[in-house]
Write a protein that binds this ligand. Structure first.
Ligand code: OOG
Ligand code: NI
Length: 457
């Protein structure tokens, strides 16, 4: 093949095409992009140090293109086919999220690029949930849902042919890549016409609104696309000012001097007209599934940092979760137990960093042998710099909050189910990567390279 198109280039084309499609489908998403780009420009203008740090880390260029989406699928076949589709775009399944504990009958992973270069070029991620039919108590309804799902095909023959071609040859030509993007885009399109009759929809909806959303349509419509903001509090204020139905609570950690992990907020799902197979071309029903979300990303935490995060979040939530007008105060108070200082986060082993030799550091130890590496001293000497590694994943409690905000307070009870990672991986046809292992490997490789550069290697 002449000049195959890289996976990163296909991912970038696809992410841009999804964004254009969703802007057409949900104009409020365009308003969110507008808010986020204004807020980001203001933050970058007001904080030159942050601008320089983002530029240094190679994150400035990706900021405007950065977003994640979310889809929900119904069967193992759909999930494993999508794994192959996302692989064409250089996206692999990372992490396992059990949402059943929060009363949502799905479990999930995030398809995303893995290596730092691909992430820097375009970090597009898709949070992908699989329905757990085993959590539908009514056996008749479960069988009906399974038979509806068995009869649909969410990917075109041509899309799967191009996937197979990519698997065989390791690349697609420019024309094939464009065709692939168009074919796959179609899978995530909204269809206002359901594939079930009204009675079936109502029964599925009564079992759980998410079940109706996953089973009743031709395919897994994209349900939100989330741009990355540098100041989520300012962006949320702007959402309120424009009259959007934004959630009151920002999910995740409180506002801090050093952003950690992920903070997210959303506007409520739209009420959209839909038609059923038995209503003769009319649109007699309505469905709420599609919404808008924004997020602010901070440094990735180590297992020790994450344990501290989880403990602080638990303390803030207590028995009432994120309810109560004082929630943001409870959150800030609980997180006082976690250092809010970039040096402390590193020295205490709570967060991941990317090390690099500075121009003065390169060759500073040339000729010195020995295994000892005193990276802290070399940082103090200005020979090595340590930049925070951005968190690229999701948070289960936050994800549950986002799902729940669109269920209007119904269906809050947890399922008496266990996390089922092994079943999920079997459906997926592959194991999910461990996010901590990815960050740790990135940190270790950068550290080794920085030390080698000091030694003039
Ligand atoms: C996915 C919700 C989770 C996030 O950002 O945590 C999510 C969904 O509603 O399908 O997107
Ligand atoms: Ni999301």
């Amino acid at each position: 093949m002449t000049d195959p198109i890289s996976s990163t280039a296909i991912r970038a084309r696809f992410a841009a095409a999804m964004s254009d499609m969703y802007r057409q489908e949900v104009p409020l998403y365009g308003d969110l992009l507008d808010i986020v780009s204004r807020v980001n420009a203001a933050v970058l203008a007001a904080e030159p140090a942050l601008r320089a740090a983002l530029e240094e880390a190679g994150e400035l260029a990706r900021l405007d293109a950065e977003r994640h989406g979310a889809i929900r699928v119904g069967t193992a076949q759909e999930l494993s086919a999508l794994r192959r589709v996302f692989a064409v775009m250089g996206m692999a399944p990372v992490g396992y999220y059990d949402l059943s504990v929060a009363g949502v009958p799905v479990h999930s992973t995030a398809f995303r690029p893995i290596d730092s270069e691909a992430l820097r070029a375009n970090p597009f991620r898709v949070f992908t949930s699989l329905l757990r039919l085993d959590l539908i108590a009514d056996t008749d309804l479960r069988a009906q849902a399974a038979s509806i799902l068995a009869g649909r095909r969410i990917l075109s023959d041509r899309a799967m042919e191009l996937v197979a071609l990519h698997e065989e040859r390791g690349g697609l030509s420019d024309a094939q890549a464009s065709e692939f993007v168009d074919e796959v885009l179609d899978t995530f399109r909204w269809h206002a016409r359901a594939i079930v009759d009204r009675t079936s929809y109502d029964r599925l909806n009564a079992a759980h609104r998410l079940i109706a959303d996953i089973v009743s349509f031709r395919g897994p419509h994209i349900n939100h696309l989330t741009p990355r903001t540098l100041d989520i509090d300012a962006a949320q204020q702007a959402m309120h000012d424009r009259g959007m139905a934004a959630k009151d609570v920002v999910e995740g950690p409180p506002r801090r001097a050093v952003p950690i992990l992920l903070r997210q907020t959303s506007f409520k799902a739209l009420d959209e007209s839909i038609g059923f197979v038995d209503d003769l071309g009319q649109t007699t029903g309505s469905h709420t599934a599609r919404f808008g979300e924004i997020e602010q990303r901070g440094v990735a935490l180590t297992p020790a940092g994450r344990a501290l995060y989880d403990a602080c979040l638990d303390r803030a939530r207590g028995a009432q979760g994120s309810q109560g007008a004082d929630y943001m105060d409870r959150l800030a108070a609980a997180f006082s137990a976690m250092p809010d200082d970039i040096v402390a986060l590193r020295r205490d082993g709570l967060a991941y960093f990317r090390y690099s030799a500075t121009p003065t550091g390169v060759g500073a130890l040339a000729g010195e042998a020995g295994d000892g590496a005193d990276v802290e001293a070399w940082i103090d000497a200005g020979w090595i710099r340590a930049d925070p590694i951005t968190y690229e994943d999701f948070l289960p409690v936050s994800a549950a909050g986002i799902f729940q905000s669109n269920l209007e307070g119904r269906e809050q009870a947890a399922y008496a189910a266990h996390s089922a990672q092994a079943q999920f991986e079997q459906a997926l046809g592959a194991p999910v990567a461990d996010p901590f292992a990815l960050y740790a490997a990135e940190e270790a490789a950068s550290r080794a390279a920085a030390i080698a550069a000091l030694r003039g290697a």
